[in-house]
Design a protein around this ligand. Structure first.
Ligand code: SF4
Length: 407
């Protein structure tokens, strides 16, 4: 298969495109005009003209959506590391545990929310976006979800908030009561992730839901009044043909989501799939390339536009994941996390906070532990890590922001 990405090996090619447009004084890179950016991408880096144009299109649209850099705000991530079952390709922190264990976790997580909320208010750093992800946050029952969202609302200063996302993920965990609770707490984006509409595929990848659950989840989502519904699909799932993928995409477009993220199947190190077939990503590259090309055609025809893109190692065909949106519904959190020009504060097991120092164009990572039981036991240590790595650094972030403004 033809290499469409040339020598770009990083996971964030749009970030590289931004550096070409804006330059980077820390490594002596000068800013370039659009034609020159396209020339560098295609002639010097070997990116195909189609992918280079896609990068530039996404970069330009992101600039419009972001309305500039904002170093004194952060994105807030809250992780719920539980799912009803484990998918074949999963490499995330995803546990299948009883109610009592989820309760124990919630207790610790709410303590972290209280601590971080208080320290953010004291430091004056605002929150631009909230993303509750996982795992599958709607694994929580309605009472637990209510408790979690209450804790967010009561502890965080949300006066600068631009978007509030709840990843509902698995369609079989979505109920009208849960989405009503989410809506009542100000959630304005949810994600329903069917991955495929083919029954056999859902069985093969270890999902505990059927296509019918997906239709039902969309109906509940639209009735809930939550304005933005995102939907995740995967190209290249086991035993799927281009025709199967086309049918899935056609059905999903008909279900009227505002965003569709098309992932290319990636063979992750901790997944069950890599154990079953370590060469999977190479043997399926042509068919996946056809699926991705088809998704571009169908989504553009249905008035979606690409707004963020990233790549992973061992993706089928060395392709990419692309987020598509209808006008006015791009996810700011998704853009910022790939852009790496703003701090992300991550709460819960597996949360990786990233502290951004604007003058040095540098990110420092402050991790929480991955294992949820260890997280509960060592919560105090997680708070101390945040104190040292993040909160004590906020005066420096202010100083650097001010210094950049004066230039
Ligand atoms: S829903 Fe996501 S996090 Fe949960 S098991 Fe599947 S891939 Fe993993």
């Amino acid at each position: 298969m033809k290499n469409l990405w040339g020598d770009l090996t990083g996971v964030k090619p749009v970030k590289l495109t931004r550096e070409l447009f804006k330059g980077n004084p820390y490594n002596g890179k000068k800013p370039h005009e659009k034609d020159e950016v396209l020339r560098i991408l295609t002639e010097e880096r070997g990116v195909s003209p189609v992918k280079a144009a896609l990068l530039v299109e996404i970069y330009e649209y992101q600039q419009k959506v972001l309305q500039g850099d904002d170093y004194l705000k952060a994105g807030l991530y809250i992780g719920i590391p539980f799912c009803p079952t484990r998918c074949l390709y999963c490499s995330f922190t995803s546990n299948q545990r009883p109610y009592s264990e989820i309760e124990r976790y919630l207790e610790a997580l709410i303590s972290e929310i209280e601590y971080v909320g208080r320290r953010l208010r004291e430091s004056g750093m605002g929150i631009e976006t909230i993303y509750i992800g996982g795992g599958t946050p709607t694994t929580l029952d309605v009472r637990q979800l209510n408790r979690l969202l209450d804790a967010v609302l009561h502890n965080m200063d949300l006066c600068k908030l631009r978007e509030f996302t709840l990843e509902a993920g698995r369609p079989d965990t979505i109920t009208a009561e849960k989405l009503q609770t989410a809506r009542d707490h100000g959630v304005d984006r949810i994600s329903i992730n069917p991955q495929s509409m083919k029954e056999r595929t859902l069985e093969l990848i270890g999902r505990s839901h059927s296509p019918k659950d997906i239709y039902k989840a969309f109906e509940i989502a639209h009735k809930s009044g939550i304005p933005v519904v995102n939907c995740d699909l995967i190209a290249g799932l086991p035993e799927e043909s281009v025709g199967d993928f086309e049918k899935t995409l056609e059905t999903i477009i008909g279900l009227r989501p505002s965003n569709i993220t098309v992932h290319t199947l990636a063979l992750k190190r901790a997944s069950r799939l890599i154990e079953q077939d370590p060469e999977y990503h190479e043997t399926h590259s042509d068919v996946v390339a056809e699926m991705i090309a088809l998704s571009h055609e169908m989504l553009r025809d249905a008035a979606f536009r690409p707004y963020y893109l990233y790549r992973l190692k061992r993706m089928a065909g060395a392709l990419e994941n692309t987020g598509w949106c209808r006008e006015g519904t791009a996810g700011i959190y998704n853009i910022r996390i790939m852009d790496e020009q703003q701090s992300i504060i991550a709460l819960g097991a597996g949360g990786m906070s990233k502290v951004f120092f604007p003058e040095e164009n540098r990110l420092e990572r402050v991790p929480n532990v991955n294992n949820y039981e260890v997280y509960i036991d060592r919560l105090q240590e997680m708070l101390e890590r945040k104190e040292q790595g993040l909160f004590s650094m906020i005066p420096e972030i202010y100083k650097q922001t001010e210094s950049l403004r004066r230039r």
